[in-house]
Design a protein around this ligand. Structure first.
Ligand code: IMP
Length: 424
């Protein structure tokens, strides 16, 4: 059984916890896109693991982990995570594989991300400044790109970096008046990266196909959320990869039909970090309540997240483009204490009611949510283990979401721990 887990909102849905639970029944966990802009938090017992690049399943000692071709990999971050796990007694030896075709994020990508965002002023995207967009741009541009396979031949890589830095220095100087950077310093860093990471580099497409042919169970882990997808999200306020499940086939070389089940992760409300349209945003005491109750601050950047009501139009879109079979609804406990809850079941755009999400931001800017109001509950849900034991209004809230989105909710989260998950 091969499963894909993907976020259906603007990221931060809690995929890390879901992957960690499902990894128990899997042989291999695969990251197929994004980079260290992602932040996956997993809580086991009293220990909190925050991972940006390693698949969330990596904390389970018996699961193989793959970083596939469409991931943009920051070696510094990855080495930090490998070391962090080793310090906690978790070894990746013999069970970790990096695609030779994955592109490498280097210092000049992070510099470019920052310089570009600063120069955009009020039009900035609000990126994580992790060099994601510039690295993907170099990949598409082809001539100035570094891939993990390049770490196998350091002489060739040094020559390539000389050419790249000559180009980048000219570009950054002309556009932003930036000081040049010596290629030598980056070459030295790459030598260290190669020493630590080259042993893990391989042809992951072959590895994945061999695993599937051998009857292994694979878990594909999406990063960010479907509404941040470069092609299908709220462009330009998106990330630079196909973060919906549509990115899976090209992101790791496994065809979509080889995946048996697509699971969509959602929060019981909506959040967004960075700029861009957000029809159900509550920039008021409701939004503040959700942010504090749900600890809605970025795992990667620490930024306060924008918070709002559950947007069923946006989630239904994620379900449709993502071929989603079932939902995992997290953070239900966060809503305890709100008198009433609103759910956007449609948008009104130019006087017309629409239930298909317009990803085009000019149309989305005109969308007025059409809300349904449901009664809230006061009870603390964090100790509830059975769906039937949830307050009647909480059960009704989940059921109504299932109805509007037309997809069953298979798991409900009532707290950050693995144990605080209700299976249905
Ligand atoms: P970038 O991916 O750093 O280029 O950022 C582009 C947009 O995606 C910004 O609005 C970021 O806040 C958002 N973003 C990137 N990664 C995540 C994530 O893991 N969770 C939520 N938002 C993200």
């Amino acid at each position: 059984m091969n499963i894909c887990v993907v976020g259906l909102q603007w990221g931060d849905e809690g995929k890390g916890k879901v992957v960690d639970i499902l990894a128990e029944q899997c042989d291999m966990v695969v990251r197929y896109g994004g980079g260290s802009n992602a932040g996956h938090t997993v809580v086991i017992g009293d220990e909190r693991f925050a991972l940006h690049l390693l698949p969330s399943g990596s904390i389970r000692g018996d699961v193989a982990c793959v970083i596939a071709n469409a991931v943009v990999l920051d070696p510094e971050v990855l080495i930090g995570e490998i070391t962090g796990l080793a310090e906690r007694g978790i070894s990746l030896e013999g069970r970790f594989f990096i695609s030779e075709n994955a592109h490498v994020v280097l210092d000049y990508h992070k510099k470019e991300d920052q310089l570009r965002e600063e120069s955009l002023g009020k039009h900035k995207i609000g990126t994580t400044i992790r060099g994601i967009g510039p690295c993907y741009a170099d990949k598409v541009g082809r001539s100035y790109a570094v891939r993990m396979g390049d770490f196998r031949d350091l002489d060739a890589l040094s020559a390539k970096l000389e050419t790249i830095m000559a180009y980048k220095n000219k570009l950054f100087g002309a556009l932003y008046g930036a000081e040049p950077t010596e290629a030598g310093a980056i070459v030295e860093k790459c030598k260290l990266y190669a020493e630590k990471l080259a042993p893990f580099v391989t042809d992951t497409t072959e590895l994945l196909h061999t695993a599937i042919e051998g009857g292994r169970s694979l878990l594909f882990e999406g990063a960010q959320g479907s509404l941040l997808d470069l092609d299908h999200g709220t462009f330009p306020y998106v990330t630079s990869s196909n973060s919906s499940s549509l990115g899976l086939p090209s992101g790791c070389g496994v065809p979509a039909r080889m995946v048996n089940k697509y699971i969509g992760v959602i929060k019981a409300y909506t959040t967004r970090v960075g700029a861009g349209p957000f029809p159900t945003e509550q920039d008021n005491e409701i939004g503040n309540f959700i942010r504090e109750a749900g600890n809605e601050y970025g795992t990667t950047t620490g930024r306060p997240r924008r918070c709002g009501w559950f947007d069923a139009v946006a989630v239904l879109y994620g379900v449709k483009i993502g071929s989603i079979d079932s939902l995992v609804l997290l953070h239900l406990d966060t809503l305890s204490g709100l008198k009433e809850l609103k759910v956007a079941r449609a948008y009104e755009i130019d006087g017309e009611e629409k239930t298909f999400f317009p990803a085009n931001i000019a149309r989305l800017a005109k969308a007025k949510p059409v809300y349904e109001t449901l009664p809230g509950w006061d009870e603390d849900l964090t100790g509830v283990t059975k769906f039937e034991d949830l307050p009647a209004n909480a059960q009704a809230y989940v059921r109504r979401i299932e109805e509007i989105v037309g997809t069953p909710v298979g798991m409900v989260g009532v707290g950050p721990k693995r144990s605080q998950t209700i299976m249905r």
